[in-house]
Design a protein around this ligand. Sequence first.
Ligand SMILES: Cc1cc2nc3c(=O)[nH]c(=O)nc-3n(C[C@H](O)[C@H](O)[C@H](O)COP(=O)(O)OP(=O)(O)OC[C@H]3O[C@@H](n4cnc5c(N)ncnc54)[C@H](O)[C@@H]3O)c2cc1C
Length: 538
Amino acid sequence: MKILILGGGFGGVYCAKRLQQIKKSYMDVELISDNNYFIFQPLLPEVASGTISASDAVTPIRQMLPNVKFRNAEIQYIDLKNKNIKILQGFRRRQHKIDYDHLVIALGQECNLEIIPGLKHHSLTMRNLHDAYNVRNHILQCLELADVTQDAKLKKRLLNMVVVGGGFSGVETVGELKEMTDRLLPFYKNINEEELKFFIVEYSKNLLPELGNDIGDYTQKVFKKRKIKIYLKTALKEVSKYNAILSNGKTIETNTLISTIGSVATKIVKKSSLPLKYGRIITDEFLQVKGFSNVWALGDAAIVPNSSNVKDEYSPPTAQFAVRQAKNLAKNIVLKSKSRNLRKFKYTSKGSLASLGFKVGVGKVFFFTIKGLLGWIIWRAFYLTFIPSFSTKIRVLFNWILEFFVPRKAVLTESLNKKSVSYEVYKKGDIVFEEGMIADGFYIVQTGEFENIFRKTKNGKIFKKTYKVGSHFGSRVILEGGRRTGTITAKKNSIVLKIERDSFKVLAENFPVLNNYFNNYLPKTFKNLSLKELNENF
Ligand SMILES: Cc1cc2nc3c(=O)[nH]c(=O)nc-3n(C[C@H](O)[C@H](O)[C@H](O)COP(=O)(O)OP(=O)(O)OC[C@H]3O[C@@H](n4cnc5c(N)ncnc54)[C@H](O)[C@@H]3O)c2cc1C
């Protein structure tokens, strides 16, 4: 009997672990995931802030599941009719088909960045190890530049950090990052404490709304003391390259927006014919997907009725529930194979905890509310027991102990966020680049309009050029050398597609169609301008 488990998060890994323990000779269990490690997501804010080093926060799946087949691949398609899945694996991303008798879907959810204009182009997220790594690098890059720039406007933007979402991950992220920057600031001599500002934006009337008003009020008090600006009953309305625009009429000039809001079903789940509610797969109380006797779903990907829950009808999307569901589901597959009655999923939460930064935590454990240092100690102790392998526990504990004795390492490793191709959103009046700058990319106008004002040449000429949808700018300096000779400004609210300079140069020089195009375009378009003349003043 082939049991195929999709996803190497809490749901998938704990289900496989349970099946590994049950160990029936007739069962062939295989787990497929796009990462070969298990990440304990509640630790992500601490990875971002450098409390825990990235590799110490993860556990290799093969070490956790020595008796389960593991395949590191990207799942591409679920074929429910023919009982197989399609995956892409290897360096060449070859497609393979894998059949199953029982399918367990534990693919979690994805961030929904489509809900707010500009969000998907100008936000960082906090869902996986790469995200945490990107956030850390991005913030360090902002501090590095803010320390040396002479441009006051740019400095302000670099030092305004916005976190959207006041739930667990938003609150923990802002608390941890503030702690990190407070500790690093003494090493950045040109940045004053007052210049570095953190903002948290939450739609509901309090922070941590899941934990009740008393904890929300306490969290506000702690954050105010730590000079984190809180916007409650406020939605993020729009994001551009330089601004976060809020529903309360405020605009925060920023280069850093971390989004912890909005979750949707993964593309694979959306593409399948699985029944969905609120973007999650509908299961019965036995974790079987509605309408299928051999397809199961759990964790964040599924909406699972909770038989013991009097308050909420469905299980919340938390690790605590995913782990319990995983054990129940594994048992039910065995019961099903023996044609026995299945077991209903029943679980009452033991409570929830959140860290607000170093030495301050909050939470509810059973009927008790915990705050302050005690909350923080219980939070750490609880998560330490929850971490899945002994070696990861030791490494995390070691990182936590080190924290008391040595400063954090402000090491800027290469940013993973440097995309070859990306979209950028500009508001009317925003400057894309200025004369004198080194060329950073090639731009194609998607919506709106831009104007290029070439600076005065020696003989006093000013040239203007307008770029409408479909036209492009930025090619000349990349292909011919020198510096930007004009300043480009958005004439309307606009979006451009940006191709990073080196990628564009390789394409334009080696793809004959593009090469011919630019060999004609550049002399024709700039025939009245001598590049030599424009550049010689620098
Ligand atoms: C920052 C943060 C803090 C949190 N803090 C807490 C907390 O304190 N307490 C708590 O209980 N919960 C917390 N959670 C929630 C908790 O982490 C989730 O509920 C839990 O991870 C859900 O487990 P899952 O297995 O359903 O999904 P996930 O853990 O998201 O796992 C999904 C897996 O599927 C893989 N996958 C997805 N698509 C594909 C594909 N196409 N091909 C191959 N593999 C794929 C992913 O790589 C991943 O391994 C937090 C979450 C975050 C993001």
